[in-house]
Ligand binder design. Sequence first.
Ligand code: ADP
Length: 256
Amino acid sequence: MEETGLRGNLAGVKHILLVLSGKGGVGKSTVSTELALALWHTGKKVGILDVDLCGPSIPRMLKAQGKAVHQCDSGWVPVFVDQDKGISLMSIGFLLEKPDDAVVWRGPKKNALIKQFISDVAWGELDFLIVDTPPGTSDEHISTVESLRPYKPLGAVLVTTPQVVSVGDVRRELTFCKKMGLRVIGIVENMSGFVCPHCSECTNIFSKGGGEELAKHAGVPFLGYVPLDPHLTQSLEEGKDFIQEFPKSSAFPALA
Ligand code: ADP
């Protein structure tokens, strides 16, 4: 008999990566989206689980808003982002009546949905499942990790901006990873400088290097600097494939 439930639905998933940040607005969903696209461009099969229940932005970033989730024998069929893209996505955004509806739920209801997302989505065969989490280290993170951890080793990609306040929060994320037994894949420093759309020169409008320094100090890999790039903002607003459309951008090397 075919195995269903948590083990069954995750049986075909090779690697699970959690994308974490201490604060909102630092580019966690951006990194999740571009990471998925970059892996897909190298021929990998990728799924994204958006557990940022109060701010589900991935459907918009991948131009999948308004698509419907269907049921199959083993649970929910994730949304296929694009017919020719091997990226599947599950988000609360697909379950809301209107995409801009607010999710005003207490912790237990959020945790129940996260558990359902983890056990009931029929991912099929995936090289990578990327989990976009809410900011911080809340109940939702504990539910996500506790539900996934018994079945697969989990990796974590941490996103920070260069400022000291954001870096300080990532330090707390590192402690969370250690306590929860997550392997830290590395730290991404986002919004690290601004790329002028006219002359393409990069100016450090905030400080630079906080993420890299923290990585060195914590003994974890530093994955790269992603500058603020208006082409990236535009691609995310319009659901375009930034990596394909702007290979000359200075944000390209770190993201691709
Ligand atoms: P979070 O998931 O951490 O809340 P988002 O990924 O939603 O943050 O990013 C917040 C906003 O900043 C989004 O509108 C996104 O398009 C924009 N953004 C993030 N990183 C960059 C960047 N490197 N260059 C330009 N815009 C960016």
